[in-house]
Write a protein that binds this ligand. Structure first.
Ligand code: F6R
Length: 237
């Protein structure tokens, strides 16, 4: 595990974007494993900037997202597909034919099968992650076991509270989601984790320095051969 401490979130985002762009440079049809949430926003901004300045070519790039809420349509402004289109896919002109993201409106079992069929055959070349305040990655919530493949989950109360900032009220935060398992995340060839802000400091210490346990899902990353955590000073405190 490599830990890079930066002066600011902007610097972390810039550095992380450069790492992902480096993967695309080496492999034009790279499969990018993507995350949503507040933390990746500036990472995507730097990637879009590179595309617009013709410093990066997204013409063959493929993407797979970690997760999606069950019950939200891709047109819903709170769906992760909507988030991805807004922040990365549309500005980089990545068509949906090259995008894998769970469909929150489809039959859950069929959707898990579709995602797993693809993910089993296509490990990501690089996976971008952030960590939830409870240590979750994707929607792998604290649990007694690590999950391997895509599965459906009930969101932890802490996660729903944290994510309610983006919804009109907590009641409207979906209770369930489809997520890639910890096993799928670990099969990525390279992992870049951006962690920002003082509210993540306590969990970051457990992630890098604590026991490897499904109670702190991100702690499993300690076992991956190529993980870089990019944390600003507040998170690294
Ligand atoms: C969402 C995801 C989540 C977030 C985590 C941190 O696709 O993978 O695990 O990365 O909840 O979210 P932020 O960045 O909003 O603190």
């Amino acid at each position: 595990m490599r830990l890079i401490v930066t002066d600011s979130y902007e610097q972390s985002a810039y550095l992380s974007a450069q790492m992902i762009l480096g993967v695309i440079k080496d492999k034009a049809d790279a499969l990018l494993g993507l995350a949503t949430g507040t933390t990746p926003v500036a990472v995507y901004r730097y990637m879009v900037e590179a595309a617009q300045q013709k410093k990066a070519d997204f013409g063959k790039v493929r993407t797979i997202n970690l997760d999606e809420y069950i019950g939200l349509d891709g047109e819903d402004p709170n769906s992760y597909l909507h988030f991805m289109r807004k922040h990365l896919l549309d500005p980089c002109q990545i068509p949906l034919e090259r995008v894998m993201i769970p469909n929150g409106m489809a039959d859950v079992q069929e959707e898990l099968q579709r995602m797993n069929l693809f993910a089993d055959a296509n490990p990501s070349d690089v996976q971008l992650l952030s960590v939830g305040v409870n240590g979750h990655i994707g929607f792998n919530e604290p649990s007694d076991v690590f999950y391997d493949r895509f599965h459906a989950v009930k969101l932890a109360q802490k996660t729903r509270e944290s994510n309610s900032r983006l919804f009109p009220s907590i009641e409207e935060v979906p209770a369930e989601a489809i997520t890639m398992g910890a096993g799928g995340i670990m099969r990525a060839k390279k992992i870049v984790v951006v962690v920002s802000g003082s509210d993540k400091a306590e969990i970051l210490k457990k992630v890098v320095d604590g026991p490897i346990t499904p109670q702190v899902p991100a702690s499993v990353l300690q076992l991956h051969p190529d993980v870089t955590i990019v944390a600003d000073e507040a998170a690294a405190a």
